[in-house]
Design a protein around this ligand. Structure first.
Ligand SMILES: Nc1ncnc2c1ncn2[C@@H]1O[C@H](COP(=O)(O)OP(=O)(O)OP(=O)(O)O)[C@@H](O)[C@H]1O
Ligand code: SF4
Ligand SMILES: [Mg+2]
Length: 335
């Protein structure tokens, strides 16, 4: 049974001009011990999906789903208190905007102490503060912070975004969650330390069986660190399956375009040559095209694309396209 099971997740926003569907019938599942990547251009709805799982979208958003389950718990039916309890113990998230997630009026050390306060370690009460100090030092070292005293005594605005991001990762793994949602976890971190963070995630995954939803623009990281991926475009999931299969043979033209936009440093690139990219940009939620949302940008678009393609399954992966690339066998409809 999947640890996280999402079926037809829809997220709508109430605006003065009517309701906007920012995420439209997205399916996503994560098995115990799996690392799934979630990719797509900016604005495709990746962070909204993560926030809907965490239950932290404001009342302006309306979240509905045929299924939104964590380990057989229906997340949509939980009260705010029950949800917070689950998020504090089983599911943790590293947010995309690190400094805005830390309290600007409090030192990082105090915030780390507070975030560990609800963990009851197997030590006498009077030794808990000391236990927390040791644990905080270990966590900060794990995420690559050597000068832990300086960081603990600092306020968030005195630290770089990358440093705040590392602190948030330390907080997220402190509880030893079963599911870690990491939304662009290394964007502001220097490249050498990025590998260390990904190695840490891999270790958590292998030794502690932590399942991970890794949201990133970085396809190289997706290829290196994930077992499965879901590709999103304009609020919809357009392709999903095993990372290695999709990197070898993507069916959806959007996935193909994403992969072609990856720089291949092994190939000889002429000086100042352009990387492959789809022309145009993601449509705004107010002006979605009729039928397939990729239509106006798709090199393979044909007349039939004015109908919205259904999700199909083939060779172990799912895709929604009337004219999949390199595929000429009859399609099997999604179960
Ligand atoms: N608070 C908000 N108010 C209005 N629209 C929003 C808000 N948050 C997100 N959106 C819209 O919802 C859509 C999806 O946003 P989301 O942040 O999930 O994208 P994303 O895939 O995470 O992008 P990025 O890769 O840039 O982080 C976008 O069109 C965005 O403009
Ligand atoms: S359905 Fe048509 S427009 Fe959409 S991705 Fe496939 S070929 Fe392109
Ligand atoms: Mg985002």
């Amino acid at each position: 049974m999947p640890l996280l099971d999402i079926r037809n997740l829809t997220i709508e926003l109430e605006t003065p001009n009517g309701i906007i569907k920012a995420v439209d019938r997205v399916n996503l599942s994560i098995n115990p011990g799996e690392i799934r990547g979630l990719v797509g251009e900016s604005g495709s709805g990746k962070s909204l999906v993560a926030k809907a799982i965490m239950g932290i979208l404001s009342d302006r958003w309306h979240v509905s789903a045929d299924r939104l389950r964590y380990n057989s718990i229906d997340l949509l039916s939980l009260s705010a208190k029950e949800r917070r309890k689950l998020m504090g113990s089983e599911i943790a998230m590293v947010f995309q905007e690190p400094s805005s997630c830390l309290d600007p009026n409090d030192t990082v050390g105090h915030q780390l102490h507070e975030s560990l306060a609800t963990i009851a370690p197997d030590v006498p009460f009077f030794q808990r503060k000391q236990w927390r100090e040791v644990r905080i030092r270990q966590l900060l070292h794990k995420v690559g912070i050597r000068d832990h005293l300086r960081v603990m005594n600092s306020y968030p605005h005195e630290l770089s975004e990358g440093m705040c991001q590392k602190v948030l990762i330390a907080m997220a793994i402190a509880y030893k969650p079963r599911l870690l949602i990491a939304d662009e976890p290394t964007t502001d971190i220097e490249s050498g330390a990025r590998v260390q963070i990904f190695k840490l995630f891999k270790k958590l995954n292998q030794l502690n069986d932590v399942s991970i939803l890794l949201i990133t623009h970085d396809l190289e990281q997706i290829e290196n660190w994930t077992q499965t991926i879901t590709v999103m475009y304009s609020g919809q999931s357009v392709e999903s399956g095993r990372t290695k299969d999709i990197f070898k043979q993507p069916f959806h033209p959007y996935t193909m375009a994403l992969l072609q936009s990856m720089p291949h440093f092994g190939d000889k690139l002429a000086h100042k040559s352009q990387l492959n990219a789809l022309s145009g940009c993601v449509p705004t939620m107010q002006h979605l095209p009729i039928g397939c949302r990729l239509g106006p940008r798709c090199p393979n678009a044909q007349r039939r694309c004015v109908e919205m393609p259904q999700m199909q399954k083939s060779k172990g992966h799912y895709y929604s396209c009337h004219f999949p690339i390199d595929y000429d066998e009859p399609n099997e409809k999604e179960q």
